[in-house]
Structures are given as structure tokens and as C-alpha cells.
Design a protein around this ligand. Sequence first.
Ligand code: ADE
Length: 257
Amino acid sequence: MSAIPERPIALLSPLVEERDALLQRLTDVGTQAVGILQVATGKLEGHSIVLAESGVGKVASAPSAPQSATSEDSRAIGVCGVAGGIDPELAIGDVVIADRLIQHDYGHLTNQGIRNFRPGVPPIGDARDRIAFDLSPELLMRIGGVVKDVGLPALPPDLGIPTQRPPRIAFGPIVSGDQFINSEHVRERLRRDYAALAVEMEGAAVAQAAELIGVPCIVIRSLSDLAGAESHLDFPKFLRAVAPTAAEVVARVVSVL
Ligand code: ADE
């Protein structure tokens, strides 16, 4: 009697550079069309994977979640790529695993600033509860268990990355919005308002779509920049160098998804 095939994990990367960092790790690689997506299939550490380049931003990335996950009945969705660091303790090259995901640009905008609402809920009135998409405590614990002893290699010294300690892995909130953050002022606000460790442009939108189809969504990002005054220079400079660090952590995590 043949064994029941394992349900795959859908992995999404917004950019081709981020996708390629994962693709390089796959074995038994194939390609197939899934709706509007061209996906790669293969194995990562022996686990079945469907891998897609989702495009940048909330609207581009969110439909890739149901497309890649439902066509193959995936058991989890992972978003893997780079982000801007928000927590001042973190450095370029560090990896953040989201314990919660918040769309920082969804809400009600007044002269006092933005009041966030849960995406999908009309942004009017007082209802502000549950603005975040939270990872389940059980899944968080399983992921914590497999990454706790992971030692990530230091990035090459000739890149000119300011910190030369080996990259760290941190768990905490990641915020997403349709904006590339290139501002100390906004960086401080995102830290103050959401205790965010990192900012990117897709994770919380994919989490919203994943919730609709009842599949867990895990977002793993390495820091390409620190979302401040230099981020527009750092992002293109470090993107290719740090993308493999997030892919390395994803390779450790797939066994517990
Ligand atoms: N992804 C990588 N860096 C970013 C930044 N500074 N803002 C938004 N998304 C990012």
C-alpha cells in the first residue's frame, strides 16, 4: 500500500532575489502554472514545497496565498524575504520571525494620526480590538524549539555591514503596509505604536488571506536595512547578501509546520 503524500507548504517571496534564495535550496525542482502564478515545486529538507514570487505590496501578494495554498491543499503558508529593521537592538542581517502581523496602514486617519482597525472591518467607530493576526502559541513554541540552537554564519566582512557579530534570530511583531519606510520619524512611530521589530510590505496581507482559507501563515524576514534615513541605499546594497539568511531559517522551520 502506498503512503499518503505529505501536504506541501506554500512559500511566497515578493522579489525574485528573495525567491531565488529559497529556490537554490530545493531539490527535485519542477515548475507548474497555478492560476496566474508560475510556481516552482520541490523539496526543502525533504518537505514538499510550492514556491512562488508573489510581487511587492499587499494587493500583489495576498492573492498568491489562496492560489498557491489551495491548488495543492497546502498545510501552511510561509512568507520569506527581507524587511526593514525597527528595533534598535537589531542589525542588518538579523532575522525576525513574526509572532504577530499588523497592517500599519489600515484604519481611520484623522489629524491625530491613524487608528488601526482589523483589516476587512469598516474603519469607523470605536472597534479597535484584534488589529493583529497572531501566530498560534503552539506553533510559536514549535518554531522556537527548532531555531533556538541555530547559529547563523556572519555575513561577508567586505560588504561593509556595520555590525560584524553573527546574525541573531528574534521573535516579535512585524508590521506591513504599502510603503517603503525611509524615515527615522516613521520608524520611531512604528516602534512606539506597535512594538514592531521589523517592517515590510506583504506579511500581514498574506496573513489576512491565509486566515480566510484557514491555513497558518508564518513570516520570516532578514533585515536588509533599518527603515531610517539610509534605507533607500542599504536595501539595494544588502538585499542579495541577507536574503539567504531568511531562507536558512525557513529551512530549519519547515519540519514543524
Ligand atoms: N522591506 C525591506 N525594507 C523595507 C522598508 N524599509 N520598508 C518597507 N519594506 C521593506
